[in-house]
Write a protein that binds this ligand. Structure first.
Ligand SMILES: [Zn+2]
Length: 116
């Protein structure tokens, strides 16, 4: 699960951050860092107080919807049988691993390109 206050990951969408963040005055929590999407900054200001477990629950819902979309796309391609017999939780775990791997690899690739 994504740490909402990780300075390297947008606290809303999980993309890379760009040095923008939000924290209300006198907050005890660190800033909520965001990507370059203005909607993420807007959501950060409105959801700053959201607890990590609530964010984790919402992230799990988003991962499940992503898994459904991926499964639908595999069916459209006629490749869904590759995962036949797989339990929903196994499929969801595979999708979460893919998302986490994507984020980790993207960060590594981007950091490998710096300095520009
Ligand atoms: Zn974002």
């Amino acid at each position: 699960m994504t740490d909402r206050h990780d300075p390297a990951l947008c606290g809303i969408c999980g993309r890379g951050t760009v040095g923008l963040g939000y924290a209300p005055p006198r907050s005890k929590l660190p800033p909520l860092w965001v990507c370059d999407d203005p909607e993420c900054l807007s959501l950060a200001t409105r959801t700053y107080q959201m607890k990590q477990d609530t964010f984790d629950r919402l992230e799990a819902i988003a991962a499940a919807r992503g898994a459904e979309a991926m499964g639908q796309r595999l069916e459209e391609l006629g490749k869904a049988q590759v995962f036949e017999g797989m339990e929903w939780e196994e499929w969801l775990d595979a999708v979460r691993s893919g998302i986490a791997g994507y984020r980790q690899c993207l960060k590594a690739e981007i950091s490998g390109e710096a300095p520009f």
